[in-house]
Design a protein. Structure first.
Length: 106
């Protein structure tokens, strides 16, 4: 199952959160998420990874983690992945227990 939520910024930037919830052992395949936008000039992706739905360690957002952080500031370098479109379509694979934030810039 995939849940998706979107926001529209004052500057026209669209941010989409796509969350893939899965039960261990029943849904192990990646699914393809597709976004279409004819007025988008650039798209980036931040991945939120976790080992399970109830995980409290091993989480990362855009390559940064809170494991070992004494002050709540994420550790590591933020890694925004560029998304390369095919025409006006952006596609990505979303494995179980993953979430992504897709940023579409006008």
């Amino acid at each position: 199952m995939i849940d998706a939520f979107a926001t529209l910024g004052d500057d026209g930037t669209i941010r989409i959160l796509a969350l893939r919830r899965s039960d261990a052992g029943t849904d192990t395949e990646s699914v393809t998420v597709t976004v279409t936008g004819s007025t988008v000039h650039a798209a980036t992706l931040l991945r939120l990874d976790a080992p399970s739905l109830d995980a409290t360690t091993g989480l990362s957002l855009g390559g940064q983690t809170w494991d070992g952080s004494a002050d709540g500031i994420p550790i590591g370098t933020l890694d925004e992945e560029p998304l390369i479109p095919t025409g006006a379509v952006w596609s990505l694979d979303l494995p179980p227990y993953d979430a992504v934030v897709i940023t579409l810039s006008p």
